[in-house]
Design a protein around this ligand. Sequence first.
Ligand code: URA
Length: 439
Amino acid sequence: MRIVDIIEKKRDGKELSTEEIRFFISGFCDDKITDYQASALLMAIFIRGLNTRETADLTMAMADSGDRIDLSEIPGVKVDKHSTGGVGDKTTLILAPVVAACGVPIAKMSGRGLGHTGGTIDKLESIKGLRTSLNREEFIDNVKQIGIALAGQTGNLAPADKRLYALRDVTATVSSIPLIASSIMSKKIASGADKIVLDVKTGSGAFMKTFDQSVMLARQMVSIGDHMGRRTVAVITDMDTPLGNNIGNSLEVLEAIEVLRGQGPEDLKIVCLELAARMLELAGKGSVEQCRRLAEMAIRDGSALLKFKDMALRQGADYPPWDERAMEPAAVQEPVYAPFEGYIASIQSDIAGRSSMILGAGRETKESTIDYSAGIILNKKPGEFVKKGEQLAKLHTSNVPKLREAREMLLGAYKVSDSPPDAKPLILAYIDKDKITKF
Ligand code: URA
């Protein structure tokens, strides 16, 4: 078999066999296939696509390229959750302890942020002392002892995906549905959960900008999961506007704590409760409505907040996460005042995410370091009326020279109208292998 023939085949729009896909992944991992050949094949796939069988084969080949985590020692149904990425998306910090407090074990591996999107691991590491690199024994033991562990992906989890993603990032081949679906699902399959809830974001801050694209991506991933014997369902949620009010690592932890205390912004609560209810439903805790009530109860009775504290302390946090010494505040906190008057029609999330990244909250490249305390607090969200000169947001940073650029960028994210905008649903659809339910 020769890689050049495989590239040519896909270039001409033909279907690749299972053997050809496996040959590509193993040859690439063994450095027998060069980056330029892999890039050529990625571009051919980007343009010509992969059918469902090819996508499933690529997923399996990538999942098999490294370790597979065995969670069978942990009693009970292990349900994982994955978000396709967004701005202000701190849902894992909330729903993982909520679900664990309801008695469903959470053994979750998460990633870091890149570009304008954040990552759970960076958020957790903004808590002083908290370690996210846990060895296998510690990871499993924590779940057995306290029902929850949130860790970074080990270097050897789907390494083929890691290397291919780095190539896709610099060859304009990220936003391909089969490549995204196989990338995400290879890591989920290798992470060992029995069942998976996917939060597929749609809108300006998401990989998938339109509802139809998001449904296509969700259906591909649901079908791959089911094909591999891991029941998978997807919820399509809005990412046109940042989720909640806080963007940036420690600011997002603070907001997650608010929600776990039964406070916090309504949009964030709605998305978290929906995802938590779907996870509990997959774990066999009852109907989705019963599960929503269970999740609400775990917040109301404080058990979810305690679970978050137990997880943080067990993973090395110096203080309980709500202690004011747990996270460093930003050196500078500067208000942004409205240069306009009217109803906020939208806040474009990718732009808000980039503004937060300029302040130091995100990474331009994988090598960039981040400032955990940097970010933005939005004081006004879509639907609210704002007077000229009123405070719209607050910028948090240690990098004062960047304030001006970040402020200008953030102001560019707002669209203002004379009349109140129509309320947009946050939960747009639910997808399982049999049907799509639109809300
Ligand atoms: N997240 C991933 O893990 N992979 C992709 O390709 C896109 C988003």
